[in-house]
Design a protein around this ligand. Structure first.
Ligand code: NAD
Ligand code: MG
Length: 389
């Protein structure tokens, strides 16, 4: 169908996996979307290229030292170059009415909050912002009457299954997990896995950090916390089921015993398109699901012994709101150290557990508190990593 209006959009993290998938869809429908702002951390060349292609008004590079490079790359175009934290917030709060939050990590929190404060519809891929500040974000979004559209495929599936209903008649949410590249590996085998093996996901092509999170299953732990904040259900009503084919993206079980699921091929452009067109629908070039070719769907219980990150994330959610901040910060530092070859695969969960035990804090009352605790937990984790190597 035809869109009633042109949607003005900004993409935070435009050079990443979710960001480029969003651009791909937007550029197929130039009549429906107008690009306002694009941002990236350090990738000046791709940022400038995308800004020129889409005729964006503003391009922001997070690393301020790269502003001269961005200005040069945009010279002669009508796109303005800017850099740094304030410029990121400007990209989130400027003229767009729809903002894609696709920065990876807690670094995406402040720009996502800026978008909410400015009353933008927020398409949220950046799960770490909800993990670290879910309560504060959801409260602010409801004050500002902002719609948060979940882009993470599981949460988008649940959003679709719920339709416009509230969670009053929901018995539980069932998050599916692919199990990652090490689903069938033993704990011994896993401890020797390299970064190359860990980022080689069987079903999805994603950024390096979330790929490692899928291998440890911390990704599903973060998604458990994300689901809690988005849908307001307690930990015991959010279940995890391993489903290696990644065809059923998640399910909702209602109080009468009925379960609704959303199915589709493993292509992030489908949940992104859902958020881009919402409350309408739009066409995508994605492959269609043929269940006769899929032939079978398997489901199994997750193994918290081989994947301790699942247990740690659930414990963090069930404790006070300081624990998910510590869990996430230690995980970000551990994953970065693992990708640099400084620590082993099994050290990731070990380090997260040490941080959860070692970094004490009260529940953060503001975004500034969250950011301060995030920094403190990162320092703790970096010190521990220093002792390990
Ligand atoms: P990615 O690493 O491919 O891209 C990250 C983007 O954020 C890049 O544009 C990068 O320049 C920018 N960025 C990184 N660090 C930054 C910083 N400190 N300040 C400002 N910008 C920064 O990541 P991705 O795989 O696209 O994931 C993005 C987010 O979406 C993550 O939170 C991830 O968990 C979530 N997500 C991704 C997928 C997927 O399929 N890739 C699926 C579900 C959810
Ligand atoms: Mg997901």
């Amino acid at each position: 169908g035809e869109f009633a209006v042109t949607r003005r959009i900004s993409i935070l993290g435009a050079t990443g996996s979710v960001g480029t998938s969003t651009l791909d869809l937007v550029e197929r429908h130039p009549d429906r979307f107008r690009v306002e702002a694009l941002t990236a951390r350090r990738n000046v060349a791709d940022l400038a290229e995308a800004a020129r292609r889409t005729d964006a008004r503003l391009a922001v590079i997070a690393d301020e030292a790269l502003l001269p490079d961005l200005e040069e790359a945009l010279s002669g175009s009508s796109c303005r170059a800017a850099a740094g934290e304030d410029a990121l917030a400007e990209a989130a709060s400027g003229d767009a009415d729809w903002v894609m939050a696709a920065i990876v990590g807690c670094a995406g929190l402040a720009p996502a909050m800026a978008a909410i404060d400015a009353g933008k519809t927020l398409a949220l891929a950046n799960k770490e912002s909800l993990v670290t500040a879910g309560q504060l974000m959801m409260d602010r979004a409801s004050e500002r009457q902002v719609d948060i559209l979940p882009v993470d495929s599981e949460h988008n599936a649940i959003f679709q299954c719920l339709g416009n209903r509230s969670c009053d008649d929901v018995a539980r949410l069932i998050l599916t997990a692919s199990g990652g590249p090490f689903r069938t590996s033993t704990a011994d085998e896993m401890s020797g896995m390299t970064p190359e093996q860990a980022v080689d996901h069987p079903n999805w092509s994603m950024g390096a950090k979330i790929s490692v999170d899928s291998a440890t299953m911390m990704n599903k732990g973060l998604e458990l916390i994300e689901a809690h904040h988005l849908y307001g259900l307690p930990s015991e009503q959010i279940h995890i089921v391993v489903h290696p084919q990644s065809i059923v993206h998640s399910l909702v079980e209602f109080i009468d015993g009925s379960q609704l699921a959303q199915l589709g091929p493993s292509d992030m452009r489908i949940p992104i398109a859902h958020a881009l067109a919402w409350p309408e629908r739009m066409e995508t070039p994605c492959e269609r699901l043929d269940l006769t070719k899929v032939a079978r769907l398997d489901f199994e219980a997750p193994d918290e012994n081989r994947f301790p990150a699942l247990r740690l994330a659930r414990q963090a959610l069930e404790a006070d709101t300081s624990r998910p901040v510590v869990l996430n910060a230690a995980n970000e530092e551990a994953v970065a150290a693992f990708l640099e070859g400084r620590i082993g695969f099994a050290d990731i969960a070990r380090l997260v557990e040490e941080a959860l035990d070692g970094v004490e804090a009260s529940a953060p009352a503001s975004i500034d508190d969250v950011i301060a605790l995030d920094q403190e937990a990162r320092h703790f984790a970096r010190d521990k990593i220093g002792e390990m190597v």
